[in-house]
Structures are given as structure tokens and as C-alpha cells.
Design a binder for this molecule. Structure first.
Ligand SMILES: *[C@@H]1O[C@H](CO)[C@@H](O)[C@H](O)[C@H]1NC(C)=O
Ligand SMILES: *[C@@H]1O[C@H](CO)[C@@H](O)[C@H](O)[C@H]1NC(C)=O
Ligand SMILES: *[C@@H]1O[C@H](CO)[C@@H](O)[C@H](O)[C@H]1NC(C)=O
Length: 305
């Protein structure tokens, strides 16, 4: 297992990850001995909000333990407070890394994002439709948006769910990642008018990129959506599987929502070809998904080929 610490001089063009840093290392990778066992594709991990690569170490180590020889790229970008920077900024930068890693592994790579990281990952697939990601695993991510303030209280102590839209649907609010995917079912007009991120990646708003946004999803070999009813943070928890509240806060499941029915981003296409997998796992809180070895063994490893 490689252990090269990230350089503090890391720049945009020198991919810098916790265990692997810079293009130099790729030479090492290529020269690495061939494992007699199965050769696994490289995996990229993206952490959640207000944490960093350290939060993804259990997953990283377990992958390397169970699938020896796997190159795991655990991004160190946008850790801690910087994870609150706007989604598009993070998509551009981490997306650039993923394209560069993909170029070094032309046989394809796999991608996993936890919490906010899973939404970043999904948007990266859409914004960079030339990617060579095969399987994408979304681990309890607010794919359809978020309408709950538990956990947000850590950094917005006075935030109340009912009025948070006043902050988030403003120019200032849109400078935060959370504002970018805040989806208030009672203020859909404001959401549509103000949100700079979610209505675009969901193709609810049409732009010149709308087609690309679908291509980047439909080319996947598999999309895996993991979440569960005891999550406690993702609200509604069904957002982890593209379900969401309607205007009276009844949860509408993914397959009954426009994003699926109208195949707006390619979910239905994937599903028709057996490429869309959902796993509903009860009993797991939001802070356990990435810390629980059996979650990795049962729902993640089977998709890392
Ligand atoms: C959204 O923008 C449209 C067009 O500018 C405007 O007519 C509409 O009133 C706005 N909706 C809200 C809820 O602000
Ligand atoms: C809420 O919406 C659902 C689905 O549109 C509908 O079946 C239900 O009757 C609504 N409930 C109320 C209280 O309006
Ligand atoms: C880990 O997840 C499994 C479900 O896959 C669950 O049964 C178990 O209780 C969890 N362990 C912990 C420590 O949360």
C-alpha cells in the first residue's frame, strides 16, 4: 500500500490525494508488480461536508484489505469548512482530478461519494460526460435535495427549516454548498429561480449542457444508491434514492417523480437496463454509513470490480 503524504504545494494540476500525490506516482503505479489475484479498477472516494479524507479511511482500508492491489484515491480537497464552498467550484476541481485519474486508468475507474460527496460525484459525472467511471456508488447522499436542519445546526445554529429558504434562496445563501441543494417543497418557485445548482444537475432547468448532463449518467455501467430510514440527517431519507417531498410533504418515491418518469437525467434508462440498484438499509445513522465495515462488505465491495 502506498503511503505518500500530500504535498502542501498541491496545485490544481497536480492531483493530490492522501495516499497518492501527483503524476509522478503514476509512474510508480505502472511499475508496481502484478498481483497474481484479480486486478481491481482504481477507486475514487469523495468525503462529506465538514470532514475530510480521514473520514473515508475505513472504506479506503477495507477496500485495500479485501481487494488487494486496488488503487484508492481519497480526495483531500475541500475538507472541513471549505466543504461549504459552492458545489460548482468543487465539481470543477475534483472533477478535473477524476478526469486525470481516469486518463491514467483507461480501463475505467469506480467512484464513491458519501453524503454531500455523493451529490458532488453525481454532478461530476454530468459535468464531465467524457469520464470513464464505470460504477458510481452514492452513499447516503441528498441526491434530490435536502429539507432538514439537523446537523446544519453545527454551522447555522439559528437555522429553522421553515425559514431557511430566506437565507439559502439568496445570492449569499447560494455561496454555500448546502444552499445549492436546499430544496424547500413549499417554495419551489424560489428554488427554481435562485438555486444555481440542483435544478441544473436535475435538468429541471434547460441549458446547453442539459444533454451532456444526461449522457454522463446513462453511460454508467451501474449506479448504486444506498440510504435508509434511520439516517437522521438526509431529509427526507428517500432523497438518497431520488425520492422527495411533494408540496404537502408527502414523500414521492423516485419512480413516481418527474426526474424518473420523464427520464430527465437518465435514471429510467439505467433502470430499464438493470443498471440502477437501490439498497435501503435500516438501522444505520448518517454518521455510521462510512464507519461500518459490514456496509462496505455488503453494499460497496460487490460493485468494485
Ligand atoms: C421567478 O421568476 C419569474 C420570472 O422572473 C417570476 O415571474 C416569478 O414570480 C418568480 N417566482 C418567485 C417565487 O420568485
Ligand atoms: C398530499 O399529496 C398526496 C399526493 O399528491 C395526496 O395523495 C394527498 O391527498 C395530499 N394530502 C393532503 C393532506 O393534501
Ligand atoms: C453495521 O451495519 C449492519 C448492517 O449492514 C448492522 O446490522 C450493524 O448493526 C451495524 N453496526 C454498527 C456498529 O452500527
Amino acid at each position: 500500500m502506498l503511503h505518500i503524504h500530500s504535498s502542501s504545494k498541491a496545485r490544481r494540476n497536480t492531483m493530490c490525494y492522501r495516499s497518492i500525490c501527483s503524476v509522478l506516482i503514476f509512474a510508480t503505479l505502472l511499475a508496481a508488480p502484478n498481483y497474481a489475484a484479480k486486478k481491481y479498477r482504481a477507486v475514487v472516494l469523495i468525503h462529506g461536508v465538514l470532514t475530510g479524507s480521514e473520514s473515508m479511511e475505513l472504506i479506503s482500508k477495507r477496500i485495500q484489505e479485501m481487494h488487494p492491489g486496488t488503487q484508492v484515491f481519497n480526495t483531500v480537497r475541500y475538507a472541513g469548512w471549505s466543504s461549504l464552498e459552492p458545489m460548482w467550484r468543487q465539481v470543477e476541481e475534483i472533477g478535473g482530478d477524476i478526469i486525470a485519474i481516469g486518463a491514467a486508468f483507461p480501463e475505467g475507474i469506480n467512484l464513491l461519494g458519501y453524503s454531500q460527496g455523493g451529490l458532488l460525484a453525481r454532478a461530476i459525472l454530468q459535468k464531465f460526460p467524457d469520464h470513464n467511471v464505470r460504477n458510481f456508488i452514492s452513499l447516503s447522499s441528498p441526491q434530490a435535495g435536502q429539507f432538514g436542519t439537523r446537523f446544519l445546526h453545527l454551522f447555522f445554529p439559528d437555522l429553522v427549516r421553515e425559514t431557511a429558504y430566506e437565507l439559502f434562496y439568496s445570492k449569499v445563501g447560494q455561496r454555500t454548498s448546502v444552499g445549492n441543494y436546499w430544496n424547500d417543497p413549499h417554495h419551489q418557485g424560489l428554488y427554481y429561480n435562485y438555486s444555481r445548482f440542483l435544478p441544473y444537475v436535475n435538468n429541471e432547468k434547460t441549458t446547453s449542457l442539459t444533454d451532456d448532463f444526461k449522457v454522463g449518467i446513462t453511460k454508467l455501467r451501474k449506479m448504486i444508491l444506498i440510504g435508509g430510514p434511520n439516517d437522521g440527517v438526509i431529509t427526507p431519507w428517500q432523497s438518497s434514492q431520488f425520492g422527495y417531498y411533494n408540496a404537502n410533504e408527502t414523500v414521492v418515491e423516485m419512480r413516481d417523480r418527474d426526474i424518473y418518469v420523464k427520464d430527465m437525467i437518465g435514471l429510467k434508462t439505467l433502470d430499464k437496463h438493470g443498471k440502477l440498484k437501490t439498497h435501503v438499509v435500516p438501522g444505520i445513522s448518517h454518521f455510521e454509513w462510512h464507519k461500518n465495515t459490514s456496509i462496505v462488505d455488503d453494499y460497496i465491495l460487490p460493485y468494485l470490480d
